[in-house]
Design a protein around this ligand. Structure first.
Ligand SMILES: [Zn+2]
Length: 244
């Protein structure tokens, strides 16, 4: 829908960029400067919601947009169309690009677009987020390093022979505790969390396999430039080895 609307508004659209089926670039004009506007459209699992202040899904368990994200892609597209009209009316030269960026809430969609060199010649990238007031924010955002850790235990009946088992859930909890202790020693603008645990066995059997998803958000723009981020990743992995 975004692609066809932008096409109708005079943009040329390149679909499926960076090998991502829903990533695209809509461009107008040519030459320098190159100005990019980011359009995001991710929904999250289980967030379907009627326009009400209390929790009431439109479709139970269906995906929905969190924190105003239903407005991100369409609002950014409207901004791109307005800028394009301004450029045309006032004979302003330069390139305007709308980046359709999927997998923003997990999946690192933009990372693949950066790796494919799609932002190489861009002079400035603009982005916005819905809120309860209008303001320009010139501050930094958090970058993220994440890891998915799988612990393999040994299945045993929890009542008949627990002594023979080795719980993968225990390992996840030990690792989680280790991460909690690390909080004291990371900069105050960092966020550090164990965000998901998948359990793959029955309640009466000691967990045979558990997967933990860990995320570290850092205030530095490039995670590699963050000395703590650099140290924390190996620290998490030694914590993982200890837990195992
Ligand atoms: Zn948001």
């Amino acid at each position: 829908m975004l692609q066809s609307q932008l096409k109708d508004a005079g943009f040329s659209v390149e679909s499926g960029v960076a090998d991502e089926p829903t990533a695209f670039i809509a461009s107008y004009g040519q030459g320098k400067p190159v100005i990019g506007i980011l359009g995001e459209f991710d929904a999250l699992p289980g967030l379907s919601q009627k326009p009400l202040p209390q929790r009431e899904p439109l479709v139970p368990n269906a995906p929905g947009h969190g924190c105003g994200h239903n407005l991100l892609g369409s609002g950014a597209a409207l901004a791109a169309v307005a800028v394009r009209e301004y450029m045309e009316t006032n004979h302003v030269s330069g390139t305007l690009r709308y980046y359709g960026t999927p997998a923003e809430e997990g999946g690192s969609g933009k990372v693949f677009m950066v790796r494919a060199g799609l932002f190489k010649d861009v002079d400035v990238v603009l982005h916005w987020h819905p809120g309860d007031h209008n303001s320009v924010n010139n501050g930094g955002m958090l970058a993220v390093i994440s890891a998915k850790v799988t612990f393999h235990g040994m299945a045993a009946h929890a009542a008949m022979a627990p002594v023979r088992g080795r719980s993968a859930l225990d390992a996840v909890m030990l690792m989680g505790n280790g991460i909690e202790f690390m909080r004291e020693h990371v900069p105050s603008n960092s966020r550090n969390r164990l965000c998901r645990i998948h359990r793959t066995t029955l309640r009466t059997i000691s967990p045979r396999r558990n997967i933990a998803h860990w995320e570290y958000h850092t205030g530095f723009v490039v995670p590699a430039a963050d000395p703590i981020g650099h140290r924390i990743s190996p620290a998490i992995h030694s914590d993982r080895r200890f837990a195992a």
